[in-house]
Design a protein around this ligand. Structure first.
Ligand SMILES: *Cc1c(COP(=O)(O)O)cnc(C)c1O
Length: 468
C-alpha cells in the first residue's frame, strides 16, 4: 500500500508574511490571525489534503474564516414569506421616528427615571403613560418586556394561589411555547377552566366563582377561530359579573390595535378602546404586533389595579429598557395623526399596499430573476394572499402578487429546496416559501427593490432538474 504523501505545510510565519496574511493581521490583529492560520493548518492536516498547500492559499482560507467570524449573527433578511408580522423574522419594522428616538436614547444619558423640572427621581413608564391614556381612554398603564410578561404579571398579581377563570375555548397556545395554562402555572395561578371548547355560557363563569377566585380572564383566540356551533360570552356581560363579585376582569387582546383598521379596508379588529369600553378592567397587548412598535407588553386599564401591578417585584424583572421605551413613545406619537399613519408606520404601510402596485413590482423583477436562474427554471407572476401574522386577524388575507419559481423540467422537490437555500445564501438572505412545487416570493414586504435585484447575479442556482 502506498503511504499518502506527507502534508508539508509552510510555517505559520511564512503564511503571516503573505499578502493575505498581512491583511489578516491589519484587520483582525496578530493573535487572531495566527490562531486562524493554525486552525486552517490543523484542518488541512486532518483532511490529509493537498500535500503542498501554498502560503497564499492558507492565508486566504484563514482570512475567510476571520471575516466569517466578523459577520454579525443577527442580520437583515428580505422577508418574502407573505407573513408581514413574522415572529421568526422579528415582527414589526419600526417607523423612522422610532428609529431616530432609539438612536438618540442610545447616545446620551436620558431622563429615563428622572423628572427634569423637579430635579428628582421619576418613573420610566411615565414617558408613555399619557400617550396610552390619550389613545386608549385607559386610566393608567404599565409597560413590560412583552405581552407574555404582561399576562404573567397580571396573573401573578391578582391570581397567585387563587383561581383564574378562563373559557376552555380560549386556552390558547401560540408559537414559541406560549401556552396559557403553562403561563398560569408559572404565575402561581390555579387555572379554573369553564365551558367547553366550542361553547361557554355566562352561567359557567358564574358557577365557578367562589372564595378562591382571583380574576376573570378573556383571551383573544390568536391564530385560530372557533366556528360553527359556538357560544362565547360577551365581554360586557363578563364585566358585569366580575364587578358584582369585585373581581378584576382582564382581556388579553394579544395583538391589540389602537385604531380601527377598517379605515384602511382591513377587517375590523377589536381595539384597546373597544375592550376598555366593553368593560375590561385591564387589557393586555403586544407592542410589536399590529401596533407596529418595538417588542413590549402593555397593560392598560384601571388605575388602582395598575398601581398593584407596578408594586409587584416581578415588574422590576420584566421592565422595559430605555431604548424600547423611546421606540414605543415615538411609535405611539404617530397615532395622534391617523391621516399620516399608513405612510409613516411600516406595518400599516405594508398591510395597505395595493395588489396592482405589487403586480407591477412583480413584472419589473421577473426578467432579472429569470435571467439569474437560467433556462432550467420557469418564473411566473402569481396571485397570492399575504397574512398579517403573529396571530392577529387570523382570517384576514391580503391579496398580493408573487413570483413563482419552478423547475422547467420534471418537478423536483429537491431542486426547489436547493434553490430556496441558494436565495438564503445571498448576502441579504431572501426568505420565501415553498408551495405546490414552486418557490414563491410574495412581494408585499419587498420595499427595497434595488437591493433585491442587485444581488441576483450572485445567485448560484442548480439547474431546475436538480443536475448541477
Ligand atoms: C401574541 C400573544 C401573546 C404573547 O405576546 P408576546 O408579545 O409575543 O409575548 C399573548 N396572548 C395572545 C392572545 C397573543 O396573541
Amino acid at each position: 500500500m502506498n503511504k499518502p504523501e506527507r502534508f508539508r505545510p509552510p510555517s505559520v510565519d511564512t503564511v503571516l508574511r503573505s499578502t493575505d496574511g498581512t491583511l489578516a493581521i491589519t484587520r483582525h490583529g496578530r493573535a487572531a490571525a495566527t490562531e486562524a492560520i493554525r486552525q486552517v493548518l490543523g484542518r488541512l492536516r486532518e483532511s490529509g489534503s493537498p500535500p503542498a498547500a501554498s502560503a497564499e492559499h492558507i492565508a486566504r482560507m484563514a482570512l475567510d474564516r476571520l471575516e466569517a467570524l466578523e459577520r454579525p449573527s443577527q442580520r437583515p433578511v428580505i422577508n418574502l414569506t407573505g407573513t408581514v408580522l413574522h415572529t421568526n423574522l422579528g415582527r414589526a419594522l419600526l417607523a423612522e421616528e422610532a428609529i431616530q428616538a432609539v438612536v438618540t436614547a442610545m447616545r446620551a444619558p436620558t431622563n429615563l427615571e428622572y423628572e427634569i423640572e423637579a430635579g428628582k427621581r421619576g418613573e420610566r413608564d411615565a414617558h408613555v403613560r399619557e400617550l396610552i391614556r390619550e389613545l386608549t381612554g385607559a386610566e393608567d398603564a404599565v409597560l413590560v418586556n412583552n405581552n407574555a410578561s404582561a399576562v404573567l404579571l397580571v396573573l401573578n398579581t391578582f391570581a397567585k394561589d387563587r383561581e383564574a377563570i378562563v373559557s376552555r375555548g380560549e386556552l390558547i397556545e401560540i408559537g414559541g411555547a406560549f401556552r396559557m395554562p403553562d403561563i398560569m402555572t408559572r404565575a402561581g395561578a390555579i387555572l379554573r377552566e369553564v365551558g367547553t371548547t366550542n361553547r361557554t355560557h355566562l352561567k359557567d363563569y358564574a358557577e365557578a366563582i367562589g372564595p378562591q377566585t382571583g380574576l376573570l380572564m378573556k383571551v383573544h383566540t390568536s391564530n385560530y377561530v372557533v366556528q360553527g356551533f359556538t357560544t362565547e360570552v360577551e365581554p360586557s356581560e363578563l364585566s358585569v359579573l366580575a364587578r358584582k363579585h369585585e373581581l378584576p376582569f382582564v382581556d388579553d387582546l394579544g395583538s391589540g390595535t389602537l385604531i380601527d383598521l377598517a379605515r384602511w379596508g382591513l377587517r375590523h379588529e377589536k381595539t384597546v378602546q373597544d375592550a376598555l369600553e366593553g368593560g375590561a378592567d385591564l387589557v393586555t397587548f403586544s407592542g410589536d404586533k399590529l401596533l407596529g412598535g418595538p417588542q413590549a407588553g402593555i397593560v392598560a386599564g384601571r388605575k388602582d389595579l395598575v398601581a398593584k401591578l407596578a408594586k409587584n417585584p416581578l415588574k422590576r424583572a420584566l421592565r422595559l429598557d430605555k431604548l424600547r421605551l423611546a421606540a414605543l413613545e415615538a411609535t405611539l406619537r404617530l397615532y395622534r395623526n391617523p391621516d399620516r399613519l399608513a405612510e409613516r408606520l411600516p406595518t400599516l404601510r405594508l398591510f395597505t399596499r395595493k395588489p396592482a402596485e405589487l403586480s407591477a413590482l412583480a413584472e419589473r423583477l421577473l426578467p432579472a430573476v429569470a435571467e439569474a436562474l437560467g433556462s432550467g427554471w420557469v418564473v411566473e407572476i402569481a396571485e397570492c394572499s399575504s397574512q398579517i401574522g403573529s396571530g392577529a386577524l387570523p382570517l384576514e388575507t391580503l391579496p398580493s402578487a408573487a413570483l413563482a419559481l419552478k423547475p422547467a423540467g420534471k418537478a423536483s422537490g429537491a431542486a426547489v429546496e436547493s434553490l430556496a437555500a441558494a436565495f438564503r445564501a445571498l448576502p441579504l438572505p431572501v426568505i420565501g416559501r415553498i408551495a405546490q412545487g414552486a418557490l414563491v416570493f410574495d412581494l408585499r414586504c419587498l420595499e427595497d427593490e434595488a437591493a433585491f435585484a442587485a444581488q441576483l447575479p450572485l445567485l448560484k442556482p442548480e439547474a431546475g432538474d436538480g443536475l448541477a
